[in-house]
Design a protein around this ligand. Structure first.
Ligand SMILES: Cc1cc2nc3c(=O)[nH]c(=O)nc-3n(C[C@H](O)[C@H](O)[C@H](O)COP(=O)(O)OP(=O)(O)OC[C@H]3O[C@@H](n4cnc5c(N)ncnc54)[C@H](O)[C@@H]3O)c2cc1C
Length: 289
C-alpha cells in the first residue's frame, strides 16, 4: 500500500517544528522514526497532509544526568537506549525493556519520544515510564510544561498533548539505593507486541518492601498505572500470598481486548502472571542492589 500525498517539512529547531505544527493545524503530524506512523499511513488509517520530521533537531537528542534525574531526548532511538552506558549504570530496566521491543531494524529507527507519544496501548515504554515516575517535557509555541507519564494517557491514541505540542524529553528520577526494577513481557514471538506486560519498580529495606510502583502494557485501551496493586506490596516481605494479592489487584483494573493474542480472560490472567514475575525479579534485584 502507498500512503496518500503529503508535504514533507524538516525543521532543525524545536521552535520551528512547533510553529509549523501550530500553523498547519490538524492536517499536520510530527514524524520521528516513522515505524508506527508510516505503516498507519500505508494502511490509510492516517492521512496527514503535512509531516513535520523531528529527525533533524539536535535539541531532541542525547541522554544526560541532571542531579538525580536522567533526561532522555525524545529523538533518542530505542537502539541508543540499549547502547547507553549511563542508562546501563543508572536505569538498567530501560535497556531490558528496549531489547523486548520489536527487532533490531525497528529499534534503529523508532524513538523513545515516538514510543511514548504514540498512545498505542501496545507500546512498551509508557508503562515502564509510569512505574519509574517519569515526567514528559511537552514543548509548544507558548513554552514547556511537564506532565507525569501516569497522567498523560486518556485512551487509545488519545493523550494530553495539545495541538501543536510535541514530547521534547523524558525526565526519569533515578530510584534510591535498595531499589530494583523489572519489565516482564509475554509475547507470541520475537518482534510481537505484548499479550500482556508489566513494569515493577520497588524499594526494599531488608526483606520489606517500602515503596512499589506497578504498571501494565496492552491489557486496556491505554497503559495502566496499577496504584492499588503497588500498595498491596508495601510493608510486606512478598510472601506468596502477598504476591497473589498484588497480581489480583493488578488484574482487577485490566480491560483487555480479545484479539489474535488470545481471549480477554486469558490476557487478564497473563497480566497477573507477568506482574508476579516482575515483582519477584525486582525484589531479588533490590536485595542485590
Ligand atoms: C514490526 C514492528 C513491531 C513493533 N513492535 C513493537 C513492540 O513490541 N513494542 C513497542 O513498544 N513498539 C513496537 N513497535 C513500534 C515501534 O517501537 C515504533 O517505532 C514506536 O512506537 C514509535 O516510534 P517512532 O519514533 O517510530 O514514531 P513515529 O512512527 O514517527 O510516530 C508515532 C506517533 O507519535 C507521534 N510522534 C512521534 N514523535 C513525537 C514527539 N516527539 N512528540 C509528539 N508526537 C510524536 C507521531 O506523530 C505519530 O502519531 C513496532 C513497530 C513495528 C514496525
Amino acid at each position: 500500500m502507498i500512503p496518500g500525498p503529503f508535504t514533507y517539512h524538516r525543521p532543525s529547531r524545536v521552535s520551528d517544528a512547533v510553529s509549523l505544527l501550530a500553523a498547519l493545524g490538524d492536517g499536520a503530524r510530527p514524524l520521528a522514526g516513522g515505524h508506527s506512523l508510516i505503516p498507519m499511513m500505508k494502511l490509510r488509517m492516517a492521512a496527514p497532509e503535512h509531516l513535520v520530521d523531528l529527525g533533524g533537531i539536535a535539541e531532541l537528542k542525547g541522554i544526560a544526568e541532571d542531579g538525580g534525574t536522567v533526561v532522555i531526548g525524545a529523538g533518542v532511538t530505542i537502539a541508543e537506549l540499549v547502547r547507553s552506558d549511563l542508562l546501563a549504570a543508572k536505569l538498567p530496566v530501560i535497556r531490558e525493556t528496549a531489547l523486548l521491543i520489536a527487532d533490531p531494524q525497528v529499534r534503529y529507527k523508532g524513538t523513545l519520544g515516538g514510543n511514548v507519544a504514540n498512545g498505542d496501548p501496545g507500546n512498551d515504554m509508557p508503562a515502564l515510564m509510569q512505574a519509574l515516575g517519569a515526567l514528559y517535557v511537552l514543548m509548544g509555541t507558548t513554552g514547556e510544561r511537564r506532565v507525569a507519564a501516569r497522567d498523560f494517557y486518556r485512551g487509545a491514541y488519545d493523550t494530553t498533548l495539545a495541538p501543536g505540542e510535541i514530547v521534547g524529553a523524558i525526565r526519569i528520577p533515578v530510584p534510591p539505593a535498595g531499589s530494583g526494577a523489572a519489565y516482564e513481557k509475554l509475547k507470541r514471538k520475537i518482534g510481537d507486541y505484548a499479550t500482556a506486560a508489566a513494569a515493577v519498580v520497588l524499594t526494599m529495606y531488608g526483606d520489606t518492601v517500602i515503596n512499589c510502583a506497578i504498571a501494565l502494557t496492552n491489557v486496556a485501551d491505554r497503559p495502566l498505572f496499577a496504584k492499588a496493586a503497588g500498595a498491596e506490596a508495601v510493608a510486606t516481605a512478598l510472601y506468596p500470598i502477598t504476591v497473589k494479592r498484588v497480581a489480583e489487584a493488578a488484574m482487577a483494573i485490566t480491560d483487555p481486548a480479545a484479539d489474535g493474542r488470545g481471549p480477554a480472560e486469558y490476557r487478564r490472567e497473563m497480566a497477573g502472571v507477568v506482574v508476579a514475575r516482575a515483582l519477584l525479579k525486582a525484589a531479588s534485584r533490590a536485595k542485590g542492589a
